[in-house]
Each structure stands twice: as structure tokens, then as C-alpha cells.
Design a protein around this ligand. Structure first.
Ligand SMILES: [Zn+2]
Length: 285
């Protein structure tokens, strides 16, 4: 279904690239502010529960205050806030205090530009492209926030879950609503059970609740039959990275599991059927 421009058209590619860069720039704001906003909110709630007086609440959200350097607080002018280009022109440093701007900002903008540009070329500016835009935006935020804060905010995991369930209503989604609902439910319950088994056996938390919600969201896109592929792929890569980190640092540190789940989810979404088929053939069935 092509709403505006068809697949393989140059205007679609150009609009895809420009929108990708702009959305990437906005995602950087979400990545920095959402965890901080949640942290402030939890602090207020804790204080209220403990009966402590809540002093003046700090106004902080996605839109307020205006963009500023976290180091020197200088306001960022529009010409220093151009997606992809400003970072290069400033050589990755604040114009005022010369503090290094994290490379992550630029990488998020680059990733969004490339992914949304290529997808617009492949899919045209269609409904499928719009769904991909939303899904990729949520996934990119989750990956960076989970790595930086070991946190998968509900706002992101639940949005992805709803997106997957609603998208399954579209006949071109490749998945039926029934499969999507089952995928979401089984995705949540499978990690939830692992969490409790692990906790009963070791007394430790091996996973976070955000991980269950994320696998539910992934299950809404892939259906239940591909969930084992997702879990297996993400565990294999997760364990490998964990062992490498252990060897390099000499001690085990908590590793965010979200990025691995997302990697496994992408593998199973794009080639899970082929992998399952190859596996059955290998078993001789
Ligand atoms: Zn600065």
C-alpha cells in the first residue's frame, strides 16, 4: 500500500533520509531525558510514600528545558543542532566549553538516517514504512537506555507491544492477530518463568521485568513459534559477550539483556522461518 511515494523512487529515498536524521536527533533527546524524568518521578514518589515533604518539583520533560550543554549549561543554537552535520562541524566538542559530546549522539542519528532511508527505498513511503519508523525508533531508544542505565522504560516496551498487536490487524503484516496475541503472552510468560526459577534457585534477580515486556513486544511481531529462535539467539550472543567481559575485566558485572533480546528478535523476525526450517531438516524431520 503506497500512500505517497512508491518503493524505489528518489523522493521516497530523500524524504526517508531527511526524516531519519531528524528523528534520530529527537531520539537523542528522549534517550537523555526519559531516564532522568523517570528517576525524578520515582524520587518524588519515594519521598511522598515515606511522608517526607516534597520540595519544589523540578520541571523536567522531553520538551523542557531547551537544549543545552550538560557540562556548561550553554544553550545550543539551531546551527549547532543540525542532525549529523553539527557534530562533524564541531568536531564532537561543545562550542562553548570544548567538552566532548558523546559519539552515541552521532551514531543514533546516523543509524536512523541509514535505516529509514534504505527502508523508504525498499518499502516506499507506505504504512509498512511508518510502522518500521516507529518500531526502529523505540528499539534504538531501548538499546541505548538499557546499555546506559540497565533500564527498559514501560513507555517504550508497551508502545512497541501495542504497535505489534495493532499492526497484526493489517493483512500485509504477515502475522494474524491471534498469532500476535499468543506471541505476546507466551513471550512475557516464558521469561517470567525463567526469572522465578532462577530466583528460587539462586536467590538473585537474573533478569528485569523490562525484559519480559520486551519479549512480549517482540512476540507480538514474530508470533509464538519464533520465540525459541529469539531466546536462543539472544542467549548465545549474550553469554558470549558476558564471557568476554568477564575475561577482560576479571569480574562479572550485570549486563543489560535488552540489546541481545532485540538482536535475537531481529534475527527471528527476518530469518527465523528459514532457521527453523534448516533446523528441522538437520534433525531429519
Ligand atoms: Zn558546553
Amino acid at each position: 500500500m503506497d500512500l505517497f511515494y512508491q518503493a524505489g523512487s528518489w523522493p521516497a529515498l530523500v524524504i526517508g533520509l531527511l526524516l531519519g536524521a531528524t528523528i534520530g536527533s529527537f531520539l537523542n533527546v528522549v534517550i537523555v531525558r526519559l531516564p532522568r524524568q523517570l528517576q525524578l518521578q520515582w524520587q518524588y514518589e519515594c519521598a511522598e510514600l515515606n511522608g517526607q515533604p516534597v520540595t519544589q518539583k523540578e520541571r523536567y520533560n522531553i520538551a523542557f528545558p531547551a537544549s543545552h550543554c550538560p557540562q556548561c549549561q550553554a544553550a545550543i543554537a539551531w546551527y549547532d543542532n543540525i542532525p549529523l552535520l553539527s557534530y562533524l562541524m564541531l568536531a564532537g566538542k561543545c562550542r562553548h566549553c570544548r567538552q566532548t559530546i558523546p559519539l552515541t549522539y552521532w551514531l543514533v542519528e546516523l543509524a536512523m538516517t541509514v535505516i529509514l532511508g534504505l527502508a523508504a527505498w525498499q518499502l516506499g513511503l507506505s504504512l509498512a514504512w511508518a510502522v518500521l519508523l516507529l518500531a526502529v525508533s523505540l528499539l534504538v531508544c531501548m538499546i541505548v537506555i538499557d546499555i546506559q542505565h540497565q533500564l527498559l522504560p514501560d513507555q517504550l516496551t508497551y508502545s512497541l507491544l501495542w504497535l505489534g498487536l495493532l499492526w497484526s490487524l493489517n493483512p500485509t503484516s504477515g502475522i494474524s492477530p491471534g498469532q500476535a496475541i499468543l506471541g505476546a503472552a507466551i513471550g512475557y510468560l516464558s521469561l517470567w518463568s525463567v526469572f522465578w526459577l532462577f530466583k528460587l534457585a539462586t536467590g538473585k534477580d537474573g533478569l528485569g521485568y523490562g525484559d519480559f515486556k520486551l519479549l512480549a513486544a517482540i512476540g507480538a511481531f514474530t508470533g509464538a513459534t519464533l520465540l525459541p529462535v529469539t531466546v536462543l539467539a539472544s542467549s548465545v550472543v549474550g553469554v558470549l559477550v558476558g564471557v568476554i567481559a568477564l575475561v577482560r575485566k576479571g569480574r562479572s558485572e550485570p549486563i543489560p539483556f535488552g540489546p541481545f533480546l532485540i538482536g535475537g528478535g531481529l534475527i527471528s523476525y527476518f530469518s527465523g522461518d528459514e532457521l527453523l526450517h534448516a533446523y528441522w531438516q538437520w534433525l531429519g524431520l
